[in-house]
Design a protein around this ligand. Structure first.
Ligand SMILES: [Zn+2]
Length: 152
């Protein structure tokens, strides 16, 4: 086999291996939640930055490098930014929780259908030998006439 052909085959094999292994190696990149996680991380790091800046301001003022008015103005800006980030974080969290709840409810509904069907099958009925009423198999006596059910 010519060297070029061998190389081409090798490259093809590598490519195939890549497509098989890539989802296993980078599962997080395929996860739907990766965007959410990054956004949350962004919010948290910016909040930490803002809090750090407020601490710096306090430090500067304590050192006498910052006037009271200047300090208060800058601090108010930072506090405003911090509370903005906080409410964004809250909205983000509750939105996420909401999505989780919706997903959970949908999942339960999906699971509930076959379960309900099989439950109906298990809880069969029979006719009361005395009055002919339809009685669930799990009842030992007919609820209509009190006759003892034969199936039990
Ligand atoms: Zn009966």
């Amino acid at each position: 086999m010519p060297v070029v052909a061998q190389f081409a085959l090798g490259a093809l094999a590598l490519l195939g291996t890549y497509f098989v292994l890539a989802p296993l190696i980078f599962p997080r990149m395929r996860a739907a939640g990766v965007g959410d996680a990054l956004e949350m991380e962004d919010i948290l790091s910016r909040r930490a930055e803002v809090y750090g800046s407020i601490k710096d301001l306090e430090f500067e003022r304590a050192r006498g490098r910052l006037g009271d008015q200047e300090f208060e103005e800058l601090r108010d800006d930072y506090i405003q930014e911090a509370s903005r980030l906080l409410s964004k974080e809250d909205a983000f969290r509750s939105e996420k929780v909401q999505k989780q709840i919706e997903a959970e409810v949908a999942k339960r509904r999906e699971n509930g259908r076959p379960k309900g069907a099989s439950a109906a099958k298990v809880g069969g009925t029979s006719k009361c030998g005395s009055c002919g009423a339809t009685v669930l198999d799990r009842f030992r006596f007919c609820p209509e006439c009190g006759e003892k059910m034969e199936s039990v």
